[in-house]
Design a binder for this molecule. Structure first.
Ligand SMILES: Nc1ncnc2c1ncn2[C@@H]1O[C@H](COP(=O)(O)OP(=O)(O)OP(=O)(O)O)[C@@H](O)[C@H]1O
Ligand SMILES: N[C@@H](CCO)C(=O)O
Length: 327
C-alpha cells in the first residue's frame, strides 16, 4: 500500500467513534504497496489496518472483497477480517474515499523468498482456491485480457521513454494474446490475482497469513498459479529459478492437482500474467500523483519475465512433467 489520501488526526478520531475499538493512541501511513492508502492504527484495543480505497478499486466491488475475507477466514484461510462499526457496517467513507478497517495480521513478508517460501505459497494458494469454491458473490476480472488494451492505450505514447522499443514489444504481445488464443474452458473459481511476496506473511518458513484481496475475482484458477510463477519464481536479476517453481507447483498440486489442460495452458497464462503486471506498472510509473507517498514498481522487471515465458515450450520448463509428475 501507499498513502495517496492523508487523514487528519481529529478526522480519524471522529471516524473511530463509529466503532468499539477504544481510544486512538497513534497511527501512521504505510509506505509499502502501490494501490491504496493504508494506515496502521494503534488503539486501546490493539492494532488495526485502515484502508482508503483508491483509483483502481470500484466502490461497487468493495462488498465482494470484504465478504470474501470473512468467507475465507471461516473456511480456514488466515486472512484479515473486516471490522464492523456499531451499526454493523464495515464499509464507510473517510476523507472522501471509501474506507474500511481490517484486523492486523502477525507475520513478516519475505524480502528474499526461498524455495520453502514458494512451497508455502503453493500450498496456501491451493487451499485458498478450495476455500473459495462455494463463495456466493461473483466479480469478473477487470484486469484480464480485455482489460489490457485500455492500459496499453493509456501508456503507449510514452512507453519508449521507459525503454526504447517497449511500445512495439507490448503491441505485438497484446495482439498475440488477444487473437482468440486466451483459454476459456479451464476450471474457474475465486482467485487472489495479486499474491506477491508483499501480500503473504510468514513466521519463519511457515505461511502465517494472506492479505490484500483488492484484486480478487472469479477467473481461471491456473491464472492465479501463473501470477505466482511470475511473482515468486524469479531471482532479483529476473532470471527464472526452476527450483522455486518446482517447489511452488508441487506444493500446489499436493492440495489441488492441476488438470492436464491447465498444465498445457500455463506458459500462455504466464505470458498474460506478465503483461498484466507490466502494463499496470507502466501506467503507474508514468503517472505518479504529485505528493503521494509511494514507490512505483519497476515495469521493466516484467519485460524480462515475459521474454522468458515467450521462450517456454512446455511446463517442463517450469519444473513439472507434462503428466504432472516431478521432473
Ligand atoms: N491486515 C494486515 N495486517 C498487517 N499488516 C498489513 C495488513 N494489511 C496491510 N498490511 C501492511 O501494509 C502493506 C501494504 O498492504 P497491501 O499489500 O494490502 O497494499 P496495496 O496498496 O493494496 O499494495 P499492493 O497491491 O501493491 O500489494 C503490507 O505489505 C503490510 O505491511
Ligand atoms: N503486486 C503488484 C502491485 C499491485 O497490483 C505489482 O507488483 O505490480
Amino acid at each position: 500500500m501507499a498513502v495517496y489520501t492523508d487523514v487528519a488526526a481529529d478526522e480519524l478520531a471522529d471516524f473511530l467513534k463509529q466503532y468499539d475499538l477504544g481510544e486512538l493512541l497513534s497511527y501512521k501511513g504505510i509506505a509499502e504497496g502501490v494501490e491504496n492508502s493504508n494506515f496502521l492504527l494503534h488503539t486501546s484495543q490493539g492494532s488495526f489496518i485502515l484502508t482508503l480505497y483508491e483509483k483502481r478499486v470500484a466502490k461497487n466491488d468493495l462488498p465482494f472483497f470484504l465478504a470474501l475475507m470473512t468467507h475465507l477466514a471461516e473456511h480456514g484461510v488466515n486472512c484479515p477480517l473486516p471490522v464492523k462499526g456499531r451499526d454493523g457496517e464495515a464499509l464507510r467513507e473517510l476523507s472522501g474515499r471509501p474506507a474500511a478497517i481490517i484486523t492486523f495480521l502477525e507475520g513478516v513478508w519475505p524480502r528474499k523468498p526461498n524455495a520453502a517460501h514458494c512451497a508455502g505459497v503453493g500450498e496456501g494458494l491451493a487451499r485458498m482456491h478450495l476455500a473459495g469454491a462455494n463463495f456466493a458473490i461473483k466479480r469478473a476480472n477487470a484486469l484480464s485480457v480485455a482489460g489490457w488494451r485500455p492500459l496499453f492505450d493509456a501508456a503507449a505514447n510514452r512507453a519508449d521513454e521507459v525503454q526504447p522499443g517497449l511500445r512495439a514489444f507490448l503491441a505485438t504481445e497484446l495482439d498475440y494474446l488477444s487473437s482468440g488464443i486466451w483459454p476459456t474452458n479451464l476450471p474457474e473459481g475465486v482467485i487472489h490475482a495479486d499474491l506477491f511476496n508483499d501480500n503473504v506473511f510468514f513466521l519463519g518458513d511457515k505461511l502465517s497469513g494472506i492479505i490484500d484481496f483488492t484484486f480478487a475475482c472469479n477467473d481461471m484458477l491456473a491464472y492465479d498459479v501463473a501470477i505466482c510463477l511470475n511473482a515468486w519464481c524469479f531471482e532479483p536479476d529476473h532470471s527464472f529459478n526452476v527450483t522455486k517453481a518446482r517447489a511452488f507447483l508441487n506444493a500446489y498440486g499436493r492440495v489441488r492437482k492441476l488438470t492436464e489442460a491447465e498444465e498445457a495452458a500455463l506458459p500462455l497464462l504466464a505470458r498474460g500474467a506478465a503483461i498484466r503486471f507490466l502494463l499496470t506498472r507502466l501506467v503507474d510509473w508514468l503517472n505518479v500523483p504529485p505528493g503521494a507517498l509511494v514507490k512505483p514498481k519497476d515495469p521493466l522487471e516484467y519485460v524480462r519475465k515475459l521474454r522468458f515465458h515467450q521462450s517456454v515450450t512446455s511446463v517442463r520448463d517450469y519444473g513439472l512433467m507434462p503428466s504432472g509428475l516431478v521432473a
